[in-house]
Design a protein around this ligand. Sequence first.
Ligand SMILES: NC(=O)c1ccc[n+]([C@@H]2O[C@H](COP(=O)([O-])OP(=O)(O)OC[C@H]3O[C@@H](n4cnc5c(N)ncnc54)[C@H](OP(=O)(O)O)[C@@H]3O)[C@@H](O)[C@H]2O)c1
Length: 295
Amino acid sequence: MRILITGISGMLGVDLYQILRDSYEIVGLDIKGFPSTPFSSPPLHKGDITDLPELKAVFLKLNPDFVIHTAAYTDVDGCEKSPDRAHRVNALGTRNIALICQEKNIPLVYVSTDFVFDGKKNYPYAELDEPHPLNVYGRSKLAGENYIRSLLEGYFIVRTSWLYGQYGKNFVETILKLAEEKEVLTVVGDQVGSPTYAKDLAQEMKKLVSGGSYGIYHITNSGSCNWYDFAEEILKLAGIRGIKVKPITSKELNRPARRPQFSVLKSSSSGRGLEDTMRPWKEALKEYLEERKDL
Ligand SMILES: NC(=O)c1ccc[n+]([C@@H]2O[C@H](COP(=O)([O-])OP(=O)(O)OC[C@H]3O[C@@H](n4cnc5c(N)ncnc54)[C@H](OP(=O)(O)O)[C@@H]3O)[C@@H](O)[C@H]2O)c1
């Protein structure tokens, strides 16, 4: 089976490639080139998902049997400042992919986000809870979900949260870098979610590819924390001492995009071939920190 991964040069895309490449033929599509990794680059078409004619030509050339769509404009504050770009890439780009999958009858996995929820609930969100995004990014990703749901029958929508991985900018790397530069770090303490290792997510997604039932899935590492707790755990597990972490509020940080205060996702995957509970986020973080040292 030949799988096309859109956004293959991004953080999750690289991990998906790494995990799927031994079992499947992988081809990639991304607006940028593949990053430098210890393994060889996949056949990659450099292209833009917002260009439907180009996309049709890419599908004709690559002829995939299955599509995993991770390409997105993922800068949450950037989306707030450039809502047209957010809509073009995350909503209309996804519509383009869905239209081609519909025409060619290709199953599609779409990666979506906890930011489709507003965080007003104070217990975990289930797959069928009503989304209500607070920011432009969340609205554009939800619009992508809605296009998929209205155009396709053979789809998987995978919502995940607070991703970090070896091949992309992420919170863990930001904290480690800041710890080299500063003695006091200020980190938001009033947003709760579930940090998720992109490699763990990719491993779960592999099960969907190999025969999951269509529908919506919530896939995150288990447990939850706020960003302040997450930063403390990163420093502790990395063995970095002497750095003070100060919690601040979202209001004090004053970022352009509002974020949900609580976006923990609950999985109802039992009986659908996935783990109901993935390993705890602290365990996954420990492994990430060990693995990054070897790179
Ligand atoms: N990161 C998180 O915390 C998180 C949480 C929940 C859900 N998600 C979702 O998970 C997926 C993967 O996230 P990620 O963190 O791996 O994102 P990422 O590192 O930003 O990867 C996305 C890739 O798509 C590319 N891309 C952007 N616009 C494109 C276009 N018009 N045509 C083709 N490729 C394009 C990006 O290139 P550029 O870098 O040049 O833009 C990048 O290589 C996304 O769909 C995201 O919405 C992420």
